[in-house]
Design a binder for this molecule. Structure first.
Ligand code: ITT
Length: 193
């Protein structure tokens, strides 16, 4: 069965590819001829996730799933949250992380969590799956892998940031892989019933 991943973020595609199992053929937006920016205007992570999946289902009629994710920092009342991608006013990951570190300067509460909400639209029926990983915001970036806020986020129980891990290691506990595992379990149950 074909499933389109409604994302323009190549890093998300790289993390999800290979984890869907053999029952599903992963299609990209490019594969289905979609060159559009996906709408993200609801102001919430679950809302934006639904909006992106709805867009692809409505315009292209293919079963699909979307990922909306964000970094929620406790001392900043959950910022950047749904605004993670454009926190500094641009998509520049270094500027976004710098703004975050500047706002947290001198603050000993470094608690944060990454959240992913996947919205699956399977033959027109919608389901959502959430994944969360808790960790700490470092005082300066470390590592060159990954994307976004990976260099400043260290998951609890580890001594390396996401940017110091391979994709496989990050997938071992990340917010995205946790949401994906729930979605894959649901898809497999559907396929076998
Ligand atoms: P799509 O909407 O096309 O999927 P996007 O990059 O705009 O791609 P989001 O709206 O979900 O995706 O933006 C979330 C932002 O949060 C993303 O651009 C990163 O800056 C950050 N982010 C999300 N997941 C992350 C991760 O696993 N590691 C580091 N930063 C992440």
């Amino acid at each position: 069965m074909e499933l389109c991943f409604a994302t323009n973020n190549q890093h998300k595609l790289d993390e999800v590819a290979g984890q869907l199992g053999n029952s599903f053929v992963l299609k990209t937006l490019r594969d289905i001829g979609c060159k559009d920016e996906l709408p993200e205007t609801t102001g919430t992570i679950p809302g934006n996730s639904r909006q992106k999946a709805d867009y692809v289902w409505t315009h292209f009629g293919i079963s699909c799933f979307a990922d909306d994710s964000g970094l929620e920092v406790a001392a900043l009342d959950g910022e950047p949250g749904v605004d993670s991608a454009y926190y500094s006013g641009s998509r520049d990951a270094q500027k976004n992380s710098k703004k975050l570190l500047d706002k947290l300067a001198g603050n000993s509460n470094r608690k944060a969590q990454f959240v992913t909400v996947f919205t699956l639209i399977l033959h027109g029926v919608e389901h959502q799956f959430e994944g969360i990983i808790e960790g700490q915001i470092l005082t300066e970036p470390r590592g060159t892998g990954g994307f976004g806020y990976d260099p400043v986020f260290q998951p609890d129980g580890y001594d390396r940031t996401f940017a110091e891990m391979s994709i496989e290691e990050k997938n071992g506990m990340s917010h995205r892989s946790r949401a994906l595992a729930k979605m894959v379990a649901y898809l497999e149950k559907q396929a076998s019933s």
